[in-house]
Write a protein that binds this ligand. Structure first.
Ligand code: ZN
Length: 464
């Protein structure tokens, strides 16, 4: 697009974290070519189409640093039960879905993400080639990967932790297929990462292979890290180490690695991870959903780790992540200790913009509103009750924002949502399909896996 957004408020998220009033943003093609006072930019870019930004605020497009869109199929079920949801439900359901069903659920996640102001998703999951095209078709910027494991994640809930080479090879094949067909596609809007699913389901050989693939193709890497007590126990039994210690022994830690969660990391683990330069994808809302937040986030912040923020399972609501993240981060250090309320809202906003861009090695391209960066922008409607009175923009956004205030979303210089209309998705059709797919898949999963119990309260199929 060629567009000049005029007379608006711009939350740059640049190094100085400037918020500009009566400002303009100029876009040519997929790049930001000007940021500054409206009068200056109107003179500099007379040829650009104008959009009055009065009553709007322009933010860098939100980046969800860790999510699994396909797992919207479990929404409203596993949040309320105990036990290991990863191997008890998430892995089994991912294999019960057919290829087209995966694509429907991934698009549902993308739709929610766009309505939540996202321009970028970082989404490691399984069976990538089935759903990646549907995600790419929404216009979102994507970092996608196949969550590799060579311990069969379908048998772990039954206590079988043996290495399954054939199972592992299917992931390597899909990883390589993804790199070949997706990485750099759609005008470089879609890229790949290399993902080890978790320390409890990857053998040393698998970790080595993944490191080699990442090095060969110059890709960033990701892994779930210390996300459950079960994981900590299984890794200790197998290797006599913590999950972080095991990954370190295998040479898997480094600045190009993003670990999601860190929920059960010890203080020694945190020191080790920080020393190796590992980055964090923090998912505060998801990690707080089933009880008190366990992550030692105060120590992690003090260690200087780059913290990007994501939603993780069953939601793409970035406002939810910001709000709960603020509470978790403040609680993690204790309010009185540091002589003030800390962090301030901008630090959380950094987690879904500049820090998240850095986590995928894309600081030079996205994460702030600066000349030369990609035109990934989220336009917020300031004429909403929760945004008035307006004094400190980031404070209103983080404390009180919700997806209903997102006015328009632009990624790679194209509208994904324009004045609340999502352009590439037929919403009523998709919502109906997602409901039908979910019902079919749950029925299939329960029939094919008699040991899997329904969630607390059972499944009630409301015909709404
Ligand atoms: Zn995850």
């Amino acid at each position: 697009m060629d567009l000049l957004i005029t007379d608006t408020v711009v939350a740059t998220c640049d190094d100085a974290r400037r918020t500009l009033d009566h400002a303009a943003v100029a876009i040519r093609g997929n790049r930001i070519v000007g940021v500054g006072p409206t009068s200056d930019l109107e003179r500099e870019f007379p040829e650009l189409e104008r959009l009055s930004g009065r009553g709007l605020a322009v933010f860098p497009g939100f980046i969800n640093a860790h999510t699994h869109t396909v797992l919207t199929v479990l929404r409203g079920t596993v949040e309320d039960g105990d036990g290991n949801a990863v191997y008890g439900y998430m892995s089994p359901v991912s294999y019960e879905l057919t290829g087209p069903e995966r694509a429907v659920m991934a698009q549902l996640g993308c739709l929610e993400a766009i309505r939540s102001g996202c321009t970028t998703l970082v989404d490691p999951f399984r069976h990538l080639p089935d759903y990646a095209p549907a995600m790419a078709a929404t216009g979102l910027r994507l970092w996608l990967s196949e969550n590799c494991a060579d311990i069969n994640t379908l048998r772990m809930r039954l206590g079988d932790y043996s290495i399954d080479h054939a199972f592992g090879q299917t992931f390597i094949d899909r990883t390589l297929q993804g790199i070949e067909t997706l990485h750099g596609s759609h005008g470089d809007r879609v890229r790949c990462q290399v993902a080890a699913h978790a320390p409890d389901n990857c053998s040393p050989a698998m970790l080595r292979r993944l490191r080699e693939i990442a090095e060969k193709h110059g890709l960033t890497r990701t892994v779930h890290l210390a996300q459950s007590m079960d994981e900590v126990r299984v890794v200790r039994d197998a290797h006599g180490l913590t999950p972080a210690g095991y990954l370190d022994r295998e040479g898997f830690l480094g600045p190009d690695l993003v670990g999601a969660h860190w929920t059960f990391c010890t203080p020694d683990d945190i020191a080790l991870l920080a020393e190796r330069g590992v980055q964090m994808a923090h998912t505060p809302a998801n990690a707080s959903r089933r009880g008190p937040h366990r992550t030692l986030i105060g120590l992690i912040r003090d260690a200087g780790v780059n913290i990007a923020i994501g939603t993780d399972n069953m939601t793409e609501d970035m406002f939810h992540a910001l709000k709960i993240g603020l509470i978790v981060h403040r609680g993690g250090r204790g309010r009185a200790q540091e002589g003030g309320v800390d962090p301030q809202p901008q630090a959380l906003l950094d987690g879904i913009t500049r820090n998240a861009a850095r986590s995928v090695g894309a600081s030079a391209e996205i994460g702030s509103i600066e000349v030369g960066k990609k035109a990934d922008l989220t336009l917020i409607d300031l004429n909403q009750p929760c945004m008035r009175p307006l004094i400190r923009l980031a404070s209103n956004l983080v404390h009180y924002g919700h997806p209903g205030i997102v006015h328009s979303v632009i990624a790679d210089g194209a509208y994904l949502m324009r004045d609340r209309k999502v352009l590439a998705i037929d919403e009523p059709v998709l919502l109906r399909e997602a409901q039908d797919v979910t019902k079919r898949v749950w029925q299939r999963m329960m029939k094919n896996n008699p040991d899997i119990s329904p969630p607390p309260g059972g499944l009630q199929w409301l015909d709404a």
